[in-house]
Design a binder for this molecule. Structure first.
Ligand code: RTP
Ligand code: MG
Length: 141
């Protein structure tokens, strides 16, 4: 199996809910089972500056402040993942943002639900474009 073709990279975060629920291993298992490569990984307690930079596109939206509070609430596992079309592929593995309607078979669809909180606690983040991936990987690694 050729694993070195077009090694696009993406940033995956296991958010504080995923770490607290001991789902990091299950999420890594799904990434590896799909055939993507784990290039780098670390546990991070994110501060406001990092989160403000990471979520700059969402500054000013109603969910921004609860989102930052949630992301500050505990450790995050940051992972550099490589593979052909991995940016699109990981978002497909993750499922849609709202965990109630995320398709079964996806990380969010199988493992997350709406807890009725102020922000979606949906277990994972994945970069949404090559530009976002490059920007976010430089922030977290
Ligand atoms: P992510 O950035 O985490 O991979 O998720 P995404 O692209 O599917 O969602 P995005 O629109 O970028 O939103 C970032 C994160 O903000 C929280 N969110 N909550 N209305 C809400 O309650 C709401 N909207 C967004 C989620 O944690 C989402 O993943
Ligand atoms: Mg996003």
């Amino acid at each position: 199996m050729n694993v070195n073709v077009s090694a696009e990279e993406t940033l995956v975060l296991v958010k504080p809910d995923g770490v607290a629920r001991n789902l990091t291993g299950e999420i890594l298992r799904r990434i590896e089972a799909k055939g993507y490569q784990l290039v780098d990984i670390k546990v991070v307690q994110a501060d406001r500056d990092l989160l403000a930079a990471h979520y700059e596109e969402h500054v000013g939206k109603p969910f921004y402040e609860p989102l930052v509070e949630f992301m500050e609430s505990g450790p995050i596992v940051a992972i550099r993942v490589a593979g052909n079309r991995v940016i699109e592929g990981f978002r497909s593995l993750a499922g849609t943002t709202d965990p109630t309607t995320a398709a079964p078979g996806t990380i969010r669809g199988d493992l997350a639900r709406d807890w009725g909180l102020k922000v979606q606690q949906n277990l994972v983040h994945g970069s949404d474009s090559p530009e976002s991936a490059a920007r976010e990987l430089a922030l977290w690694f």
